[in-house]
Design a binder for this molecule. Structure first.
Ligand SMILES: [Fe+2]
Ligand SMILES: [Fe+2]
Length: 252
């Protein structure tokens, strides 16, 4: 089985990059399942039902989130009926679910969304302990973990902690792809960060002038998505038969 995991899709340019590159990537790599981190997909903040439906039409099987999960409040109204998961280590009071199991032929494939706690503002339960609980609850053939976190140490620690117990741990959130796609000693595939999909010449997807001004003045700014036209597309393709993970990084 081949799984394509696309890193944080950011706003209008992110959707453009999906529409432009996904067909040819499907053609070349023939993924059986497609997972997308969509925490920034609606103009940088959260996800709307309209965009979720567009992703389903593209053939996306599940959408993971992160610290921007509920930036669009309407998610509360449709998350339960969707294939969208929010971090599993949010408190029980938060709507939605932290993992989803989809079927591929006779196989059960679970996707888990976890969020790191280092340099992240949200009040979160321990992601390591939450991972243990989920692995007790499920009985799947393949398990993919989106570890949405800032600190590479926390991501690598999670990969070692889950090594041999899950199929893959892939990092999201920093929006910058790392060059460390590898297989851990007990067989878990890993990358610290997949990178983002959207405008190439923004700052992590946001309008560069606004961010530079923030650094220059120290004043809070209302962040807007970058509408710069050149695109980037970052994903990983994971082959569960060969047990190989390979980064796909397109920069126009
Ligand atoms: Fe993000
Ligand atoms: Fe994030």
């Amino acid at each position: 089985m081949k799984v394509l995991f696309i890193g944080d899709v950011f706003g209008t340019r992110g959707m453009e990059a999906l529409n432009k590159y996904l067909p040819e990537i499907k053609q070349e790599h023939k993924p059986n399942l497609i997972f997308v981190n969509g925490e920034n997909i609606d103009r940088g903040f959260g996800i709307s039902e309209k965009i979720y439906k567009e992703l389903m039409v593209m053939g996306v099987n599940a959408v993971t989130l992160g610290n921007h999960s509920f930036s669009k409040r309407e998610l509360v109204d449709f998350i339960d009926e969707s294939n969208i998961i929010r971090p599993a280590n949010y408190s029980d009071a938060v709507p939605g679910k932290g993992y989803i199991t989809v079927k591929y032929n006779t196989k059960l494939v679970t996707v888990i969304n976890l969020m790191g706690r280092i340099f992240m503002g949200d009040p979160l339960d321990n992601p390591f302990k939450r991972a243990d609980e989920i692995l007790e609850e499920i009985n799947s053939d393949f398990i993919f973990v989106d570890m949405h976190a800032e600190a590479t140490s926390e991501k690598i620690a999670m990969a070692h902690y889950l090594d041999g117990r899950v199929t893959a741990v892939v990092g999201t959130h920093t929006h910058v792809p790392t060059a460390d796609a590898m297989v851990f000693p007990k067989g878990t595939m890993y990358i610290s960060d997949i990178g983002m999909t959207g405008a190439k010449y923004g700052i992590l997807g946001a309008d560069k002038e606004i961010i530079i001004n923030k650094f220059l003045t120290g004043m809070p700014q209302r962040i807007k998505e970058s509408l710069a036209t050149e695109l980037q597309f970052n994903a990983v393709i994971m082959d569960t038969v060969l047990n190989k993970i390979k980064a796909i990084n397109i920069y126009e």
